[in-house]
Every structure is written in C-alpha cells, then in structure tokens.
Design a protein around this ligand. Structure first.
Ligand code: TDO
Length: 469
C-alpha cells in the first residue's frame, strides 16, 4: 500500500496495490496489519459503506475532530451507463406508457444507472426535477395533434442534453412521431432501443405517409422491445425485415407495493363499498365491477355501460377524457344513475382503495390499440379476476382465460354483461381465479424482473455504448 501525506493536517492518502491485466484487476481494499504499520493506528474495522453520487455531484467527506470514526473513501473508476429515456408525457397523465416509463426509470435509477427522462408537457409548462432517483425534463408544448405533443422545444432539448453530457444509449417508446423526430436530430452512432407499445390504429391515412420513416427508424435501432410476443405477432407495422435477434419480449412489470392498503385507503375502500351497498334493493349489497382508463373510444366504456343492463352490479368507472359527457348521458338514458359512479381521474395513491373495493375488474376495450392494459396487472395483483375482450393482443396474454379471468368478444354488450353476472354470482370461481391472478401478476410481471432484463439488454448493446462526442 502506498502512503502519502497530504495538505490536510492529520490525513493520509492511501493507495492500495492494484494487480491487473486485460481481464480485469485485483486489489486488497483493507489489511489491518499493513494499515497499522503504515499509519501507526490500530483501528477496529466496524463497517463498510458504498454510497453513489449522480454525475457532477460532489461526493461529501466528513472531517471528524472527535475520534469517532475514520473514513476510507474509495474512488471507483468508470461511471454508470447514461441513458436518455424518452417518454411521451410525464407520468401524471395517467397513461399506461407514461406509467411504464416511470416504473422503468425508477428501477434503473435504483440500480445505479444515470437516467434522464425527457417528456413533453401537455401545455407550455416546462420542468427539470429529480423524482424517484432520476432526472425528469419536461419540455413545453403547444398541445397535442393526433395524440402527439407539438413540442419543438423537446427536439432542441434532446440535442442540448446530449451535447452537455453525452448519452450512451437512447430509449424510445413508440409510437411517438415527436421523439422519432428528436432521434433523427441525434448522432446516429449512439445505440437506440425502441419499445413498441402498440401499432398506430386510428390515423391510418396519416400512417401511409409516416410509415416508411417509422420503418427506417425501427430497422436502424439495435433492439425492439415488446411486452408480449403477441405485440410482435399482431403488429402490421413492425417491419417483417426486423431480424429475430433484434426482437426482445420483456413483460411490463410494476411495483405492487403501492396497492397495499393502509388506514386511509382502507377507509376509502369501505366508503366505496358502502356506496355500492346503498344502491342495493334491500337484499345483499350489490357487488362492484371496476373499470379504469382514459375515456376514449377504444376503451369500450359505452359497451360496458350497455352491458350493465345484463348485470345486477354496481359499476365504478374511473378516469376521465373526451367521451365522459357522452358516457354520462348514456348512463342516464340506460337508467343506470344509481348503479354507476364516475370517479374521475384517480390519484395513484388512491388506486389501492379502488382495486381492493371491487369484486371483478373489467377491461372492455374494443380495438388493438389496447395492446396490454397495465390496469389488468394492478387488479390481478390485488387478487381480483379480470373480464376482458378477445383482442388478440397482449391483453389476452396478461389475462389468461379460465385461469386469471374470463373474456368475451369485443363490442358484445350482452355477452359482457352475462359474463360479469355469471362471475359475480359464482363466489368459488371468483375466489379461485382471483388467487391465481394474484400469483400470476406478482410472479410473471414483477418490476424487478423487468428492470433486470432491460439492464441485460442495455449491457448486451453496451459494447457499442461508449461515450459518444
Ligand atoms: C385513468 C387512470 C389511469 N391510472 C393509471 C392506471 C394504470 O397504471 C395506468 C393506465 O394503464 P393502462 O395500460 O390501462 O393505460 P392505457 O394508456 O390506457 O393503455 C396503454 O398502456 C400501455 C402500457 C400499453 O401497453 C398500451 O398498449 C395501452 O394498453 O394509469 C391512474 O392511476 N388513474 C387514472 O385515473
């Protein structure tokens, strides 16, 4: 060990011997005998800590007067992999893609990755903050057009962030023409990973123009990730020329801890159940069907409301969106006013109460834009069976018919209502499916597994992921 006195009185610089070659290195980080000979001190080695500071953050060093603890500060060489995680909007927009990106960034940051999540605001609001251990940069936008943020600022911000501190890898979440445009402005030498959340279904005519550009971006990426094999099999927009070696199935995972009930959410759950009970007809309180999602056409909430005419339950319909007034009017016209509660957007911290209050969760989506449905995982993790629709997408991989729930053809209100009614009247079946659903979600769709598999993918690409100037 090399010992050097430094300008700080009473301090020594200790440089351990490092024995290394092309395969790596070995060093003895502490040896009590050598340490005592070098310093004349005879310490009792009590603990070994290993903090990590974000890049450019000074690493603090205590200078202690009373001899309570000596400090051996180890400066590791190298730096965490630095990833620019694009995402369409910040997670408070309550979309599945936003929730997934937020969960992924949180998990990667916890593993020591240097993550910057660049998203667009839905308005002129801008932001730059550290949340859940990673930096979130919100670029202002002039609103949305065809579900895409109009944000020239995001394009400029991406280039500026990379200029300031180069990234080793860009991770894009498609479909999203805005971040696709940002990627075109960034160096082609930096590896790209694309997560394919769903095909573009609504803007078919526009896709004829945009398709060739999307195809080129997908083919030049180093990897395309999808949550299920069904995403690849059912897609008509992922180029067939994309080799199997570049296709990676990594299921979405979530941190289910937020779904555990506490005193406050238990009370809220009981209030929701009491509300359903007040709607009873003097018999047993009605059971609760819960559905949650943005009130847009593909969620099929109009079909679900019509299905409630075939099902004697209380519906809690969570979320908000452009179709809400129409759905309220439909509930009135179906004389459901006493059996439907429109909760509006549900705050993340209240989700536990709603998922635990219900008896069955329903995903009534009617088009293949619904490629997965994180809400199914949340319901299952709370031990609730799911009734979904047969879309042939990841939705039917997540909800295994007859194992974790049931399914009906999309758009069939009568079939949906009868399926819900049948399940609500069969306590044994509901309990069995619910117990299996809980294990399935927590075993197959854990956040830890998702993060580990993304890290393995990044590291596979890592050979080319060196600092890029
Ligand atoms: C409407 C709403 C959602 N949420 C949460 C629930 C859930 O975690 C998330 C919405 O998840 P959903 O998947 O249902 O969202 P959604 O964005 O509707 O669905 C998308 O999700 C991504 C992952 C995909 O795979 C897409 O194909 C598509 O399924 O937002 C709230 O917390 N409060 C709310 O009011």
């Amino acid at each position: 060990m090399k010992v050097t006195t430094v300008d700080i009185p009473g301090s020594l610089l200790l440089e351990p011997c490092v024995f290394g070659d092309a395969r790596g290195f070995f060093t003895e980080s502490f040896n009590r005998r050598v340490f005592s000979e070098a310093t004349g001190a005879n310490p009792v080695f009590v603990q070994d800590n290993h903090p990590r500071s974000q890049q450019n953050e000074p690493c603090g060093m205590d200078y202690q007067v009373a001899q309570t603890q000596g400090k051996a500060i180890r400066e590791v060489r190298g730096r965490p992999l630095r990833v620019l995680e694009f995402g369409r909007f910040w997670n408070d927009q309550h979309g599945g893609v936003e929730r997934h990106v937020s969960e992924l960034c949180t998990g990667l940051a916890a593993q020591g990755f240097d993550i910057v999540n660049l998203v667009a605001s839905e308005n002129l609001k801008r932001g730059d903050k550290v949340e859940h251990g990673f930096r979130v940069v919100q670029a202002p936008s002039f609103g949305k057009l065809f579900s895409t943020a109009m944000s020239p600022a995001l394009l400029l911000k991406a280039a500026k962030l990379h200029r300031e501190t180069p990234f080793d890898l860009f991770h894009l979440h498609f479909p999203d023409p805005l971040t696709h445009a940002a990627s075109l402005m960034l160096p082609a030498s930096v590896p790209r990973v694309i997560t394919w959340h769903s095909d573009i279904v609504k803007q078919k005519r526009l896709f004829k123009l945009y398709g060739p550009f999307l195809r080129r971006e997908v083919l030049r990426s180093q990897a395309v990730v999808a949550a299920t094999q069904a995403h690849f099999d059912s897609s008509t927009q992922i180029p067939a020329a994309l080799p199997a070696s570049k296709r990676h199935v990594i299921p979405y995972g979530m941190d289910y801890a937020k779904l555990a009930l506490d005193e406050r959410t238990s009370r809220l759950r009981d209030e929701l159940r009491a509300m359903a009970g007040m709607a009873d007809v003097g018999g047993a309180p009605r059971k609760i069907v819960f559905a949650l999602g943005r009130h847009v056409y593909y969620k099929g909430f109009d079909v679900l409301l019509k299905a409630m005419k075939h099902c004697d339950a209380f519906l809690i319909l969570g979320g908000d969106g452009p179709m809400r007034p129409e759905l309220h009017a439909l509930a009135e016209s179906l004389d459901l006013r006493n059996r439907v509660y429109f909760s509006g957007r549900i705050a993340e911290e209240d989700l536990a109460a709603y998922f635990n209050a219900c008896d069955v969760f329903c995903l009534s989506s009617v088009t293949q834009i619904e490629a997965f449905g994180l809400v199914q995982l949340e319901a299952m993790a709370c031990g609730k069976p799911v009734v979904c629709t047969r879309l042939g997408t990841g939705v039917n991989v997540v909800n295994v018919e007859g194992v974790t729930g049931l399914a009906v053809e999309p758009g069939d209100a009568a079939a949906l209502g009868e399926c819900l009614e049948g399940l609500l009247c069969n306590d044994g079946l509901r309990e069995r499916l619910g117990a299996q659903a809980r294990s399935w979600a927590r075993d197959e769709y854990s956040l830890d597994a998702m993060v580990r598999r993304h890290i393995a993918l990044y590291e596979d690409i890592g050979d080319s992921a060196r600092p890029h100037r």
